[in-house]
Design a protein around this ligand. Structure first.
Ligand code: HEC
Length: 207
């Protein structure tokens, strides 16, 4: 028997064995940079929910940074001549996060949404009344700077501390063209204690 009769099978298949499998299109492994992009996106998503979910409470308007109109107009400088600059500064921050979505960073309000705070006698008048509005909310027809309004202002007493309410009140009373005095933590505590069993929002008649 010669070599010609009996082909060398090992030699013949050498080439086939050496070849790699044909890659299948669309099954390539994910590139490392793309994995990194997903990690960053997921981390950002987690941060975003933590920052802006407002605990999924529809009563709270913590969505302010999403409202482009608000973003484009930062709160104006408060008139801090009366001192307590740090508290007013903290109040400005709180205002941006909790009130500006409705009352606007300019304090001018938004037709159909919320009345103005700038130039409002509700803000610069008796601080006790303003404190009650912020702690428990306000509903029904009111008049602000000569204009009739009929909406519902949410209550903040459950989600804001006395110090936070005092800060935000001090801010709105001194910001824009407003030039009233600041409100102290003790003032707010007094009002909160005096109306401890109040849970419904106030109406203009009650105040
Ligand atoms: C969901 C929208 C909304 C948010 C958020 C909101 N308000 Fe109001 N606010 C209103 C509406 C609506 C009224 C008018 C209520 C009425 O017509 O009885 C009002 C009324 C007021 C008033 C009395 C009227 C005036 O214009 O002076 C004050 C003071 C006030 N809000 C302060 C605040 C402060 C401080 C915050 C943040 C802690 C805040 N509001 C957050 C909607 C809102």
């Amino acid at each position: 028997m010669s070599d010609l009769d009996e082909p060398d099978i090992a030699a013949l298949h050498k080439a086939v064995l050496r070849e790699q499998k044909e890659p299948i299109e669309g099954r390539e492994p994910v590139p490392i940079w793309m994995g990194a992009v997903f990690v960053v996106l997921i981390a950002w998503g987690g941060w975003y929910l933590g920052r802006y979910d407002a605990r999924f409470d529809t009563q709270r308007a913590d969505m302010q940074p999403l409202v482009t109109e608000v973003k484009s107009s930062p709160p104006s400088e408060p008139n801090t001549a009366r001192g307590d600059a740090a508290m007013v500064e903290r109040g400005a921050e709180l205002f941006g996060g909790r009130c500006a979505a409705c009352h606007q960073a300019t304090g001018k309000g938004l037709p159909g949404v919320a009345p103005p705070l700038d130039g409002s006698e509700w803000v610069t008048g008796d601080p006790e009344r303003t404190t009650r509005v912020v702690l428990h909310g306000l509903t029904g027809p009111i008049e602000v700077a000569g204009q009739p309004w009929n909406g519902a202002m949410p209550a903040w007493g459950a989600t804001m501390t006395d110090a936070e309410v005092a800060a935000v009140l001090s801010y709105i009373r001194t910001a824009w063209s407003n030039d009233a005095g600041t409100v102290s933590l003790e003032d707010v505590k007094q009002v909160r204690d005096a109306h401890a069993d109040r849970s419904a929002p106030w109406t203009a008649d009650e105040l």
